[in-house]
Design a protein around this ligand. Sequence first.
Ligand SMILES: Cc1ncc(COP(=O)(O)O)c(C=O)c1O
Length: 342
Amino acid sequence: MDVIELRSDNAAGAAPEILESIVAANTGTAIAYGADDVTARLHDVVREVFEHDDARVFPVTSGTAANALALSALVPPWGAVLCHETAHIINSEGGATSLLAGGAVMRGVAGDDFRMSPEHLRRTLASVGWGDPHSSQPTALSFTQPTDRGTIYTVDQIAELTAIAGEYELRAHLDGARIANALVALGCSPADMTWRAGIDVVSLGATKNGGLSAEAIVVFDDDAAEELVYRTKRSGHVTSKMRFQSAQLIAYLTDDLWRRLAGNSNERMRELTRGLAQIDGVELLNRPDVNMVFARLAEDHIDRLEAAGLLFYRMGPGVIRLVTNWSTTPDEIERALEIIAA
Ligand SMILES: Cc1ncc(COP(=O)(O)O)c(C=O)c1O
């Protein structure tokens, strides 16, 4: 049966441009562990794309590693990371941040639409027992951008929250597992969404958007960068053939490939939600800013979609999640809508 992939952007393959970059890097030999020319070039590319002369970049192999390592450089073992209560780092990474940060905890901050709100962040910060050894001490604020439910923070919202956190000397991290989808949706520059809005460290995702186990930590804070030199090694992320990750990341960030790939997934999602909104028996649970939609349907309707070859995640009784990816075609969306409407 011909299936239509709408489970996850992780289910998609790698983009041809990414595969070509690996082949192109596969000539001759190169010094190991990131001391190679390709990784040096990656630094230049990141500094240009993020418009930051001192940015440092650490390629890693997964988004979980990027988040946990990035945050471990921002919090002491007795520290706490504040994030939205639905954030991936708190719910879906098996406590990796606590492990790599020597036991630091994560504290959920409430807010509508899966975003921390200024009011709740202020309330959480005011409730901390500062200087009290019985209380974990928050030293980092983490944004998931886009959120796990497909919403996004505007640049102003990020700046407002980092300013509040800055009053308590927290540094800020952005989980950008799907950062390109957010950049396309906002139409802003990487610099505006990150360091100019008060972000110190970014988990730069590529795997979900056409990469092949290539993610990176982009750091604008010198102290965090110095720690990551050692923390990436101790956690096994200074890979010997780093040039193949670096080559992918260069290709990804060059000629707007990351935006083009994310632009396709966002556009296909717009087509999908436009169609879903017209179908009786389908209730949209979010208005997606990026490439992810949640919908409520009758259970027997969901069973029929599965039987017809539509691939998606069941999130709970009567609720499904549909995700488009860099390779989703307009024809696949048309066929998906026909199946759902049938
Ligand atoms: C928002 C977000 N952050 C981080 C991750 C972790 O990425 P990985 O699965 O590569 O560890 C995911 C994965 O689904 C994610 O959705």
